[in-house]
Design a protein around this ligand. Structure first.
Ligand code: NAP
Ligand code: MG
Length: 406
């Protein structure tokens, strides 16, 4: 059979450790035999970022903006321990994901891959719950103050015009702590647009929650901007697709999410998203089955796995072991990118290939062939069999070839 052809390239961002090994295996086994892959390749491995003084990350982000679709392998974010492990590092380079996110002005959406044989801890969840986390400001860009004596804390805003506004935060009678937070209307608006756009693209309802009854000005602004974007741009599209935009208080949202069947996007403020995404992903089963998509307001999309570079498995691999590392989220990053590219370029067959590859993965898992991490989670027959990453990929390839009549 002839390989599928592409028109526009996908931006391919290679990464580190075990996921870099899987990256090549996935391309060799599941992509290149079927698709004449067209990618613009950027090597985001730690040492190459170091050699380029991290310019390669910036270039990859700009390329993604230009071409519209990217796929990224997990990468090391260096810390003190990595600085020792890699003495040649000239700087503790920032998280590539942070750099890419700020250049694309994007919002991260995390969604689990569901299997019939792995039931979520929350029994009534039947469809994925996608968490959209606003990744700017609030407590993550706040200043903290510890004081020891009685006194009062005020907050002053000084405009460029010279006009000043001062508020009393609190008068205290002893040692106290204070915290100053901010957010920007432009960032909230980008977040809102990315959420509405992603809801339209994936045809799912959008839920949004804050605590605007308490934080009337701060959270009230989030609610106001979301309402404004909805009314101005998205109400008609939502109606045409039969979708719902639903705003509620964060505590009410938590209760409703637990009782729901899933199948919607839950937009969360920065801290809520940090906490809720870990809760939701754990309740759905495994971090290795969590996908992550970065979407900018202009529709630029970058796909990746939510997990890291799986360092512990990599050290085993370096000792010559065949590891049983789960490649699902990384495969689904590729299928997400290929499907999006196919749709944007009018290549229905490319989008169909992405569907077929995902189905071949799911069928392989349903047949009980899976990596070690999933085995303990399966509750149904057939009894699962733990295989290496390589054997799993080979089994998926076998199914894909059979499906495509090759
Ligand atoms: P991790 O790579 O996600 O792995 C943590 C543990 O989760 C693993 O040791 C493994 O458990 C399990 N796991 C994760 N993914 C798996 C998979 N695909 N298959 C099977 N098991 C899987 O997190 P980490 O060890 O904290 O971080 C390692 C490096 O990744 C760090 O340098 C960090 O900076 C980087 N990181 C990158 C990204 C990104 O690029 N998006 C995200 C997070 C972390 P067992 O060992 O028990 O099998
Ligand atoms: Mg967290």
């Amino acid at each position: 059979m002839e390989k599928l052809q592409m028109k526009t390239p996908i931006v391919e961002m290679d990464g580190d450790e075990m996921t870099r090994v899987l990256w090549q295996m996935i391309k060799d086994e599941l992509l290149s035999p079927f698709v004449a892959l067209k990618t613009e390749y950027y090597d985001l491995s730690l040492l190459h970022r170091n050699e380029t003084k991290d310019q390669v990350t910036v270039d990859a982000a700009l390329a993604t903006k230009r071409l519209g679709v990217g796929v990224k392998c997990a990468t090391i974010t260096p810390n003190a321990q990595r600085m020792q492990e890699y003495p040649q590092l000239t700087e503790m380079w920032k998280s590539p994901n942070g750099t890419i996110r700020s250049i694309l002005d994007g919002t991260v959406f995390r969604a689990p891959i569901l299997l019939d044989s792995i039931r979520p801890v929350v029994r009534n969840w039947k469809k994925p719950i996608t968490i959209a986390r606003h990744a700017y400001g609030d407590v993550y860009k706040s200043v903290g103050l510890y004081t020891q004596e009685p006194g009062e804390c005020t907050m002053t805003f000084r405009g460029v015009s010279g006009q000043e506004t001062t508020l009393l935060v609190q008068k205290v009678d002893g040692p106290a702590v204070f915290q100053g937070e901010h957010n920007k209307e432009s960032s909230i608006r980008s977040f809102a647009r990315a959420c509405f756009q992603y809801a339209v693209d994936t045809k799912q309802d959008l839920w949004f929650s804050t605590k605007d009854t308490i934080a009337k000005i701060y959270d009230g602004e989030f609610k106001r901007v979301f309402d404004e974007e909805y009314e101005k741009t998205y109400r008609a599209q939502f109606a045409a697709l039969g979708l719902r935009y639903f705003y509620t208080l964060i505590d009410d949202a938590v209760a409703r999410v637990i009782r729901s069947e899933g199948g919607f996007i839950w937009a969360c403020k920065n801290y809520d998203g940090d906490v809720m995404s870990d809760m939701v992903s754990t309740a759905f089963g495994s971090l290795a089955m969590m996908t992550s998509v970065l979407v900018s307001p202009d529709g630029t999309t970058e796909y990746e796995a939510a997990h890291g570079t799986v360092t512990k498995h990599y050290y085993e691999y370096l000792k010559g072991a065949e590891t049983s590392t789960n490649p699902m989220a990384t495969i689904f990053a590729w299928t997400g990118a290929l499907r999006r590219r196919g749709r944007l370029d009018g290549l229905a067959e490319l989008a169909r290939f992405a569907d077929e590859l995902e189905q071949a993965c799911l069928d392989t898992l349903s047949a009980g062939v899976m990596t070690k991490d999933l085995v303990g989670l399966v509750e149904t027959e057939p009894k699962p069999q733990a295989v290496t990453s390589r054997a799993f990929l080979a089994a998926v390839r076998g199914r894909l070839e059979a499906q495509r009549g090759q």
